[in-house]
Write a protein that binds this ligand. Structure first.
Ligand SMILES: [Zn+2]
Length: 120
């Protein structure tokens, strides 16, 4: 099994690829590194490439952004492909729950990258 550290995850995301972890016991897929499976607790989790297409699961508009950022940008949770993995990312202004989106770019804040999704 190939382990995925948080720094690996960040570097891969910056390189334009979404990676997560798949559980070898129950098949659960997560969109970020975890020490153990979030479903069954197994430590047999390995790195997996995630689909770049997803559906908006929830969204919210940040009206009080961190200093230096424009007001009113959207963030949300995107469910990726048919994996069930959900990732927090930045969305374009028109994205609504249920919309199909695609991974497009990364957004940096305080040395933490986040995926950016564009509506299809
Ligand atoms: Zn599991």
């Amino acid at each position: 099994m190939t382990e995925l550290s948080y720094s690996d995850w960040k570097e891969t995301l910056r390189g334009g690829e979404l990676v997560g972890q798949a559980c070898e016991e129950c098949g659960n897929v997560t969109a970020s590194p975890k020490a153990a499976c979030t479903e069954c607790g197994s430590r047999s989790v390995s790195r997996t490439t995630l689909p770049e297409d997803g559906v908006v699961y929830s969204e919210t508009t940040i009206n009080v952004p961190p200093e230096g950022y424009e007001r009113g940008y959207k963030v949300g949770i995107v469910e990726l492909g048919d994996t069930g993995a959900r990732v927090l990312g930045r969305l374009d202004e028109t994205a609504e729950i249920g919309d199909e989106v695609v991974f497009d770019d990364t957004f940096e804040h305080d040395d933490e990258p986040a995926p950016v999704f564009e509506s299809k």
